[in-house]
Ligand binder design. Structure first.
Ligand code: WT7
Length: 630
């Protein structure tokens, strides 16, 4: 199983001299000798209105609580404290729209925008504890809306703007949102999307929604319903949008947001994150792994609609007082040099993106990045899926000019922040996320919990609690227990659902999901959701969805369907089914292929054996078939 190429890439002395943390091994050993001291020290760097009584309350595992008794609000740290320092006049956000329009906000201006938004939400009846659904393109208002919710103690549920109206309606209903924030659309590849139309369709099936606030971005015609729909700019021009707003003081464990993600079964689940522990965890991981300095211009090229965006576009960079760069559109619009051009133009210091994006840009060749001065770059990051050594090396050489360490970060929606990642001072191996972050213990174990031998594949587990961990699945604590904690209940470990191996130097190599979660271009999708989308088509009697390796996307979705009587396989029907899934779930879920078959492999109890389909498609040994029905 060993990767053929395990060349070490050592950081330069310059990188080490400059780094916030200059050495890994001793610091790691110290941090896990007394993790609660480590986390307490980190928490002390943040602002609290009341100090915690207890760093960790582990009296009711797996429902761990952090900094109990402590009071704060993530906004106290992300915005308010900067207003009292020279950061006030520093740029918090630089945003470039796809058509080339530019907006920027100092911390002072950001505060004003967030206060106005917060007051509008209050005027619309949003109260502490409510959940506001946000469905926006990548425009500054997406951040303002999230921060405004946090400020008044409401939780946000951000739904990625690429999701369909069905997916949006499901999430609004699960969260019981009264208020939805959206836009008329956004720009992508030169075209205006029509988000509001999607929202209007969703709102036909969401009885709890009373108010929908729409930001004008594209100017396309949209339908606005009386007494439900309000233009954001109209509300902003009213006295209700006052420029001052008190930050609501929250308990450390109060809910900051829920974020839906796909699992191996059923509907997406809303993971709950909190004000206290999440602030500490995201700020610490960001500061140490990405070596953040106050003068940095930081670009996390994800969408704020995913956990990467929540933790590392919005919250941690603001807590650390960095300048966030944000871009609305496609990386190759109008030409494949768009990203490199913006890095040069704005002097970006750190770029954090996904292997899929890197592979996509790599396709266009070196000449595009080579047209630009990328010397402002100091560090590069990768997230979402394993990065293949070829893409790693291209990123390292062509973009980083062999001077920028690559920070490959393994984590999940559930973990809130990085779990396995290097610090810049650690030697790197292309394709390895390297070693556990400070203050947490991670391991690779067998199904029964024994440590796997060196280089042997096993289940990746987290053995100790950490402040950024999700607290529960919204309104479904049993599911939280069952999904993540049941497998290693005796040991009390968190089961990640990923397979990995540890090499002789203690470096972790992530292999991929062991459950029915498929990572397509770094996006997380569940087989069960894709299958249920297929089943909603009248032609389909039974279906199975699996992920097969894809050169650009990491994995692509392949479906197998059994047709109902009266339907015949045809290329036209295949196309229709692919479109149908895309429409039901959003474009990212559109299958690569839908194959027609007569029967699906099933266990005697009727469970579809996806692994059999997968092994067959890959020409691999099908393995133990003793439970196969026929
Ligand atoms: C799954 C979590 C965490 C932010 C984005 C994804 C895969 C994530 C890496 C990495 C290999 C990775 C895992 C994980 N994954 N980062 N650096 N190397 N695999 O969050 O949507 O919750 O997905 O993404 O399979 O379980 P997510």
């Amino acid at each position: 199983m060993k990767q053929s190429d395990e060349q070490l890439f050592n950081p330069s002395q310059q990188v080490i001299d400059y780094a916030n943390v200059k050495e890994y091994d001793n610091n790691y050993a110290d941090s896990i000798a007394n993790p609660l001291d480590f986390w307490e020290k980190q928490a002390e760097t943040l602002e609290w209105t009341t100090k915690w009584d207890k760093v960790l309350d582990d009296s009711n595992p797996p429902f761990f609580k952090w900094f109990t008794g402590g009071k704060t609000n993530i906004i106290l740290n992300a915005i308010d404290r900067h207003l009292k320092t020279a950061n006030r006049n520093k740029l918090a956000i630089i945003w470039e729209g796809e058509p080339g329009d530019l907006r920027s906000f100092s911390y002072h201006a950001l505060n004003r925008e967030v206060c106005e938004f917060a007051n509008i939400l209050k005027a619309m009846g949003v109260k502490k504890g409510d959940i506001v659904t946000i469905y926006l393109p990548q425009i500054p208002e997406q951040l303002f809306a999230m921060l405004a919710c946090a400020k008044i103690g409401a939780a946000h549920s951000v739904v990625y703007g690429g999701f369909s109206h069905e997916a949006l309606a499901d999430r609004i209903n699960d969260a019981n949102s009264r208020v939805v924030v959206t836009a008329d659309g956004g720009f992508r590849r030169g075209k205006a999307s029509n988000l509001k139309e999607i929202v209007n369709k969703a709102l036909e099936h969401t009885p709890t929604v009373e108010v929908c606030i729409t930001v004008k971005r594209t100017g396309v015609d949209v339908f606005m319903e009386n007494d439900r729909d309000y233009w954001f700019h109209d509300l902003k021009s009213l006295p209700i949008a006052a420029a001052q707003c008190e930050t609501e003081i929250m308990d450390a464990e109060d809910m900051l947001f829920i974020l839906y993600t796909s699992g191996s079964t059923g509907k997406p689940k809303g993971l709950v994150h909190t004000h206290g522990g999440y602030s500490v965890y995201t700020a610490t991981t960001h500061k140490m792994a990405f070596d953040i300095k106050p003068e940095d211009r930081w670009w996390c090229a994800a969408d704020p609609g995913w956990i990467t965006g929540h933790s590392y576009i919005v919250y941690s960079p603001l807590i650390n007082g960095a300048t966030i760069f944000l871009y609305e559109g496609a990386p190759n619009h109008p030409y494949p040099n768009r990203w490199w051009k913006m890095i040069e133009k704005y002097g970006i210091n750190i770029l954090y993106t996904s292997p899929t994006a890197i592979r996509g840009l790599m396709r266009y060749g070196e000449s595009w990045p080579n047209k630009h001065d990328l010397s402002s770059l100091r560090l590069l990051g990768s997230v979402g899926e394993p990065i293949n050594p070829e893409a790693w090396k291209w990123y390292y050489k062509v973009i980083g000019k062999e001077k920028c360490p690559i920070i490959d970060t393994w984590w999940q929606t559930e973990t809130g922040g990085f779990i396995i990642c290097p610090i810049p001072a650690l030697p790197l191996k292309p394709g390895s996320a390297t070693k556990p972050f400070f203050g947490i213990e991670v391991d690779v174990v067998t199904d029964t919990g024994e440590k796997t031998p060196v280089d042997e594949e096993g289940n990746l587990v987290i053995k100790t609690p950490w402040p950024g961990m999700a607290r529960t699945v919204y309104q479904d604590p049993d599911r939280f227990k069952e999904l993540y904690w049941q497998k290693y209940e005796q040991q009390g470990w968190y089961h990640s659902g990923d397979a990995a191996r540890i090499d002789e130097d203690g470096y972790y190599w992530i292999i991929g999901r062991t459950d029915d979660v498929i990572k397509v271009s770094g996006y997380r999708l569940g087989s069960a959701e894709i299958e249920s989308a297929l089943m909603s088509h009248p032609a389909i009697a039974e279906s199975a969805a699996i992920g097969l390796p894809h050169a650009l996307k990491g994995y692509a979705i392949h479906c197998y369907v059994v047709l109902r009587k009266g339907y015949e396989p045809s290329p036209a029907l295949e196309k229709e089914l692919r479109e149908h899934v895309g429409e039901m779930m959003g474009a990212i879920a559109r299958p690569e292929e839908v194959a027609f078959i007569d029967v699906l492999p099933k266990t005697r109890s009727g469970k579809i054996m996806r692994r059999v389909l997968k092994a067959q498609a890959l020409g691999q040994d099908i393995g133990d078939l003793s439970t196969l029905e026929e």
